[in-house]
Design a binder for this molecule. Structure first.
Ligand SMILES: *Cc1c(COP(=O)(O)O)cnc(C)c1O
Length: 862
């Protein structure tokens, strides 16, 4: 192949990548590697040294021109010295050109063509000294002036300013362009971002994000094999990693998704740069100069698009304009009247919501000059045709992804979260790529990590799809801590033996449970631990936990009877009774047994005063909000049936006094699977504040709810942070005993459910593995959309290469244990499946629906 016919790869480097010598070494190495590995020619597009464009901007505005030019000359001379280049030989002419722009008579009136020339100097300087340096390193680099190749197009309606300082360029490829560009001799070329040729032959500027866009134009014109944008971040993420450390690297996007993500938040790639590559079908890649080993983000016309939310972003400073029609209902031309006025004030509208009589639109400050003056003038103008209300500052929170409309059912937690805020506007784009919520800016603080977690948990963001989702920012920044292998991987022969005696079958490993129990018992701030036995009432587990120093927490009389039948030595003061809407006789029975009773309503005292007169009780409070992994496990807030609202606390105390009822403990349990380790610290603080008003409180019970990592990507619960929080707050209120009552945390990971494969069936492209039990044995997936790891224990050594839905034998379409699970392709009738982390709320919720038998249970370990 002749040099001219070899394909091109375009590499773009930004300001921080060209400001140090070692960074130029990197540029040289990368360019040479591309050329050698792929037999291509390489065009490198560079920005100005970091900070230089801002200085030139100030000069172009006539601000301290001489001093700034002097400083820029010194800076570039010094950098030449760092590169072992002679400043005079390499940059003498260019620095002279910069200085003469300062003395140019146009510097007084500052016409646009002069401003453009000033702004262009930064890239001309950086590219010139870079090419000289790379040549001294033995690399065959040529230099070319981008203004000879990129032609600005003049757009109708564009202002003179935009036609000079924010131009678009022609980017239709032609054989003639390729031929002409290819005649440049050097195999590698260096050129400038940000600048182009104006129609009058002078300089034009591409404006914001100019260097990315230059690279994209060159990529399109050269029909390049690829445009690589090299930056100092690993690529595009599912959220801003500074705000959401669990944000995942997006390794593959199509152009439309990338465009939407770039437009609504991510700063790594300028949104303008995508269209030229998309039009020319040139793939793009965002790569990290510091972390070559990461895959980066690839953007191309992906053949198979993965449905799901790819990113969530937040834009601040949004202004909403709400316009109430004062004319006739559905009056013709109302919208035209309204929008004409936005045009008049040079404002481009982002989102729109409308009803018969109201239209609300949003203005994005990054697209508009939204000043108080402009808004006042607009409002005055609009008030001629409608009643106007401006709502600001707002935040726009946007979900981006394919097939938003078919995902709505997986967004239930997201809707619920927004349901707690004041939502001004919801907008769903007509291309089905974007769903945006506009709320008050102050309310949006701290919401993104929670929303991101909800997207993952609800399955709307399919992070387990490795073709799109890469490592999390946390893993990239801190390295991934490999989780130790689960206990069951080492117990495979014993488990297969157990399965031969019959499935379905739960197996519990006592050692794993004891390990969790000891971790909690070692927290010194805690006075007493109680096990919430409803999670798993197996007698051997109860006995082992009592041995480990735990008390037991019961929620029904039957649980109390069960406890004293199986652990008769247990003292009643080591037992809590925390029922919900239980009949009167259960309270009487509990008092008779001498256990600690928790009540949670005024009504109980009003209806049954004689049951409570003269007793000691704990009081369960609803602190006004719920937490947890699913709507159905949140046990606080108006929607939940549990707890006395704080507003009725005083009424309760007054009534208790008349009954001589002594309140010795305050209790709150606000949900299950709460992943914020600071939650419990706050519960303690709130309860302790209330306890101070009671006078008789000895104990504060902050509930259970500790999570376990069900999914491979979930964070392990940060027990150290949890402990530190409790120790801190305990030190602030030392006079109360601190009680916790976890269930799941103790027993979930110690249990597995073994199932036998009954049938493997393919239907309309979906493969299903049938198991001999499903929602009858393990309700959590059907009830909470919970995710459990599913493994083929019989074929643990084979590759998990085929996606199956794993279903049970129950006549319900919800009888699915897991969708799209990778299992060995040879999975067949008679294999043993293992469902992991099934020790909590597994057997405890099993039922005989369809008259299928309950699972068997085994214990292993001491
Ligand atoms: C269920 C329950 C718990 C335990 O919840 P986990 O999420 O399993 O830790 C604790 N306290 C009360 C009152 C409960 O009802």
């Amino acid at each position: 192949m002749t040099a001219g016919a070899r394909p091109w790869v375009v590499l773009k480097f930004g300001g921080t990548s060209v400001s140090r010598r070692n960074r130029w070494d990197t540029i040289g190495r990368l360019a040479a590697k591309r050329m050698a590995d792929e037999d291509v020619r390489v065009l490198v597009v560079v920005s100005a040294l970091s900070g230089v464009t801002n200085e030139l901007q100030a000069i172009s505005q006539g601000d301290a021109v001489d001093a700034r030019i002097g400083a820029l000359v010194d800076r570039h001379r010094a950098f030449c010295a760092e590169l072992d280049l002679d400043p005079e030989t390499v940059l003498g002419q260019r620095l002279g050109a910069l200085q003469s722009l300062g003395t140019d008579p146009r510097a007084q009136s500052r016409p646009l063509d002069w401003q453009a020339e000033v702004l262009a100097q930064g890239e001309l300087l950086s590219s010139t000294l870079g090419a000289a340096y790379l040549r001294t390193q033995g690399l065959d680099f040529g230099w070319c002036d981008a203004r000879q190749w990129l032609d600005a197009v003049s757009l109708p309606n564009a202002s003179d300013w935009a036609q000079r300082l924010a131009v678009n360029c022609r980017h239709e490829s032609s054989a003639e362009f390729l031929e002409r560009f290819g005649t440049q001799a050097a195999p590698m070329l260096l050129t400038q971002g940000f600048i182009a040729r104006h129609g009058d032959g002078g300089t034009a500027i591409l404006g914001r994000g100019g260097s990315d866009t230059s690279a994209a134009y060159f990529g399109a014109l050269l029909k390049a094999r690829r445009v690589e944008i090299w930056t100092d971040v690993p690529g595009m993420f599912t959220a801003n990693p500074r705000e959401v450390p669990d944000a995942r690297l997006l390794t593959r996007l199509d152009y439309a998704e990338a465009q939407e993500i770039a437009t609504t938040g991510a700063k790594v790639l300028h949104p303008r740069s995508i269209a030229p590559c998309r039009d020319a079908g040139v793939p793009m890649a965002i790569l990290d100069t510091e972390r070559f080993d990461l895959p980066g983000t690839r953007i191309d016309a992906s053949a198979t698009t993965v449905a799901g939310v790819k990113a969530i972003s937040r834009r601040n400073g949004i202004v909403l304009v709400s316009m109430e029609s004062i004319g006739m209902w559905q009056q013709v031309g109302f919208l035209a009247d309204v929008f004409e006025r936005f045009k008049r004030h040079g404002l481009s509208v982002d989102l729109i919501g409308s009803s018969e009589t109201n239209v609300t639109v949003s203005l994005d400050p990054s697209e508009n000059l939204v000043t108080t003056n402009v808004l006042e003038a607009l409002s005055a103008d609009l008030s001629q045709v409608c009643r106007v209300k401006v709502i600001a500052p707002c935040a726009a929170i946007t979900l981006v992804g394919r097939g938003m409309r078919s995902l709505l059912h997986k967004l239930s937690d997201i809707w619920a979260t927004f349901g707690r805020e004041r939502v001004h506007l919801i907008s769903q784009s007509s291309n089905d790529l974007n769903l945006t919520f506009v709320i008050d800016e102050a309310d949006a603080d701290g919401m993104l990590p929670q929303l991101h977690a909800e997207l993952v948990r609800g399955g709307a963001m399919p992070v387990l799809d490795a073709s799109v989702f890469g490592p999390s920012w946390r893993e990239i920044a801190h390295g991934k801590l490999a989780r130790p292998a689960p206990w069951w991987a080492g117990a495979r022969p014993a488990l297969l033996d157990a399965a031969r005696t019959g499935t379905p079958r739960y197996v519990y490993d006592l050692a794993t449970m004891r390990e969790r129990a000891r971790a909690l018992r070692s927290v010194e701030a805690i006075s007493h631990c109680f096990y919430a036995m409803k999670a798993n009432p197996h007698p051997e587990l109860l006995r082992a936990l009592v041995q480990e120093g735990f008390g037991l927490e019961c929620v029904s009389q039957a649980e109390l009877d069960h406890v004293f039948a199986h652990v008769p030595s247990l003292l009643p003061q080591r037992v809590l009774f925390t029922p919900s809407f239980a009949p009167r006789r259960e309270y009487e029975a509990a008092f008779a047994r001498g256990v600690t009773v928790t009540i949670d309503s005024v009504e109980a005292l009003q209806k049954w005063p004689e049951v409570f007169r003269g007793q000691r009780v704990w009081l369960r409070l609803d602190l006004g909000h719920g937490e947890g992994h699913h709507e159905k496990v949140r046990t606080g807030g108006v929607a939940a049936k549990f707890g006395l609202p704080v507003a009725r606390f005083d009424a309760f105390l007054a009534l208790a006094r008349t009954l001589d009822l002594r309140i010795t403990g305050l209790h709150a349990h606000l949900g299950s699977g709460i992943d914020n380790p600071r939650h419990w610290r706050e519960v303690y603080a709130q309860l302790a504040g209330l306890a101070d008003n009671v006078g008789t409180v000895e104990t504060i019970d902050i509930g259970g709810g500790l999570p376990i990592p069900y999914t491979p990507d979930a964070q392990d619960f940060d027990l150290a942070l949890w402990r530190d929080g409790l120790e801190e707050i305990k030190a602030a209120y030392p006079r109360y005993g601190l009680v916790v009552e976890p269930g799941r945390y103790l027993v979930a990971e110690c249990g597995v459910l073994l199932l036998g494969v009954t049938q493997v069936i393919e239907k309309d492209g979906v493969r299903r593995v049938g198991a001999d039990a499903g929602m009858n044995a393990l309700m959590r997936p059907a009830m909470y959309e919970a995710w459990h790891g599913i493994h083929n224990l019989s074929r643990l050594d084979e590759a998990n290469d085929t996606a199956f839905d794993v279903v049970g034998p129950i006549c319900e379409s919800g009888d699915v244990l897991g969708r799209n699970r990778l299992l060995p392709g040879a999975t067949a009738e008679g294999d043993v499946l293992l469902v992991a982390d099934a020790g909590a709320y597994g057997m405890a919720m099993a039922n005989t629906y369809n008259l299928r038998a309950l699972p068997q249970q085994d214990i292993i370990g001491p």
